[in-house]
Design a protein around this ligand. Structure first.
Ligand SMILES: C[S@@+](CC[C@H](N)C(=O)[O-])C[C@H]1O[C@@H](n2cnc3c(N)ncnc32)[C@H](O)[C@@H]1O
Ligand code: SF4
Length: 330
């Protein structure tokens, strides 16, 4: 496997990380948490036609709980060594598949990560949000994927189980019940712009859910599903890029837009089998398992573009897309 030098690991200064003179690293350490997305399972109750959660039924680490601890401790150790005690806590984002179908195992992952000093968030299709209530207090953020509030659209997408789709009222009630347990939780909404929803307006309802972050993702081509054209993507953005609707949840940017190029090599992702992996090529690229090698070694075994990571957390990626959209019209 070819390796590329990784700017993150190159910058490690084990003596004193904050003496690194590169201001981006200081900012990264203090303001922008290191976020690791662990796709803990590929199993799901929905069948979204574009879903990339496919790891060929690899053995899932959480079938051996002691290995879950090893992976999390490995990441925590890297974060402490790299960024030091004054850094923002790292965040474990528990993703799938649908993690919350497996309540006990998800709870173990969450509790272990919190015990290791991480903040924890979960990305879910929302269908069983109530399964999180027993450990809701431990979560700093819940990300819910909502592509449409129209039953027929969700049926076409595959965001359904046995013909049931999540209505606005249903997810509203579930979020309200979650907030009753943990009033501090941040709610994020993800929308994938795809062939079935690109002409819909949903931002008003997303804002009404009290979301503090709204992420609009262009569908990555997957299998036979080629995604949307530029014009379709821009149609959705034109209709839904409404920062003003989020004013009541605080100042600053709330809407973040990701085109396909921003989504590749910009996420720190762990596969169900505990290997770091990277998208961007025809096939996923894997490191050896984090149960066996240090995180910094695994990082060198995949392609990770730190600049792209930064651009997702600042306004850069979103502003570039908005400028391109305006140029396309001009
Ligand atoms: C793979 S899902 C797993 C978590 C959960 N099942 C859910 O749907 O939120 C994580 C996120 O990836 C998004 N996603 C899935 N396939 C995608 C694709 N081809 N392009 C862009 N985003 C995608 C989902 O909509 C969701 O927001
Ligand atoms: S709900 Fe999430 S994991 Fe399940 S199929 Fe849809 S995008 Fe994939």
């Amino acid at each position: 496997m070819a390796t590329r030098m990784d700017p993150m690991t190159n910058a490690i200064n084990p003596q004193n990380n904050f003496q690194n003179t590169d201001s981006r690293f200081v900012r990264f350490a203090k303001d922008i948490p290191m976020v690791v997305n662990w796709h803990i399972t590929e199993r799901c109750n929905y069948r979204c036609s574009f879903c990339y959660s496919d790891w060929n039924h690899l053995d899932e680490v959480w079938n051996k709980l002691e290995n879950v601890r090893k992976v999390i401790e490995n990441i925590a150790h890297y974060h402490a060594e790299r960024f030091g005690a004054g850094a923002a806590p790292w965040r474990l984002s528990v993703v799938g598949g649908e993690p919350i179908l497996f309540q006990k195992k998800t709870q173990f992952v969450v509790e272990t990560a919190v015990a290791c000093g991480a903040e924890v968030s979960i990305i879910t299709n929302g269908s069983h949000l109530e399964n999180m209530f027993p450990f809701a207090r431990l979560l700093s953020q819940v990300g819910v994927s909502l592509d449409s509030f129209i039953h027929e659209t969700n049926m076409k997408i595959g965001r359904q189980c046995n013909g049931h789709t999540l209505s606005f009222e249903e997810i509203s009630d579930k979020i309200a019940a979650f907030r009753a347990i943990n009033p501090n939780v941040r709610v994020k909404v993800n929308t994938v712009v795809n062939q079935n929803n690109f002409d819909e307006v949903i931002v008003d309802k997303v804002a009404a859910l009290g979301a503090t972050k709204y992420k609009i993702l262009r569908q990555m081509p997957f299998g036979d599903n080629k995604g949307v054209t530029d014009e379709q993507f821009y149609t959705f953005i034109r209709n839904n890029y409404r920062e003003d609707l989020f004013a009541k949840v605080g100042s600053g940017r709330h809407i973040f837009i990701e085109d396909n190029s921003v989504m590749t090599q910009s996420y720190l992702m762990v596969a169900p089998n505990g290997c770091l992996f990277q998208n961007g090529g025809a096939e996923y690229r894997y490191s050896r398992p984090l149960m066996d090698i240090p995180f910094e070694v695994a990082l060198k075994e995949i392609d990770f573009a730190e600049e792209k990571f930064f651009s997702r957390y600042t306004s850069t990626a979103t502003e570039t897309i908005i400028a391109r959209m305006h140029n396309a019209v001009a």
